[in-house]
Write a protein that binds this ligand. Sequence first.
Ligand code: PMP
Length: 311
Amino acid sequence: MTQLTNCRLAWFNGKFMPENQVLIPFRDRSWRYGDGVFDMTRTFNGRAFRLKEHIDRFYCSLLYLRLDPGMSPQEMIDVSEQIVARNEHLRGAAGDWWIGQRVSRGVDPIGDEVPEHSGPNVVVECTPLPLKARARQFRDGLDVWTPAQRRIAPDMLSPRAKTHNYLNMIVAEQSVKAHDPEGWAVLLDVNGNLAEGMGSNIFVVRGGTLYTPSERYVLAGISRQMTLDLARKLAIAAIEGDIDLFDAANAEEMFLTSTSLCIAGVRSFNGAKIGDGRAPGPITKRLTDAYIAAVGCDFVKQYLDRLADAT
Ligand code: PMP
């Protein structure tokens, strides 16, 4: 019988092990250069959300970086599901998990020395979602700011790939956090249109229509796609394209989507109220309710239930 421990299990290069035994060499190219790829999904009541879509995106990022993890997408799905199953006894306190898959290019031979392990390092792991940390933002709405730094241009490094190099967004977020520690950065693209945040896509509602930046300039968020699918079902018109600061200033509603947030209403943009300043607005609320129904988990309640711990 498998022994249950109170240390989370991860999968590292073919083996399940306590996550504190996953040791990546300091010469790994991902640590040296950010030369790696990852993806993250979440569970709802312990069930992985759109795992196939996440793994498909993961393999697109891997191909873009010419990285071969040495296992098929189906094997990656199976291992991810195993990680959820083997950590299920620890989920109670966590509520739900973030599930991460990571591949780095590994260690280059240096001089004549042959590294102990050559080839990619592959990790599949899970961690608790930041439910408490974001509880107040779910109650009050998010404050979004556009930093001076632009999202990296697609012809420099494709923002459609989810790589281990987040420096563009980290530097941008730092300037926003210095000015509003609770604020969320959403970068503009090279043309001055809204792009994305460090871990989120943005939607704007104008004239009852939903707008979101096109995939050329952003990561194709799985929650973004889920939202577009729900909009179609609810007969809410949705357009993927350029959204400039004029559109943002005139937005009736705004929200961010991501694996962990799902849908989170924005109450202010660059210091100006969105609508009446009370997020979520009516269309955001309809989409949120449909999202909750589709995944069978009231993620808003899951956040709000942590309010007492957060204040
Ligand atoms: N953009 C970026 C840069 C991200 O890191 C993420 C998080 N994966 C997203 C958007 C949202 O994508 P998803 O809905 O798949 O979490």
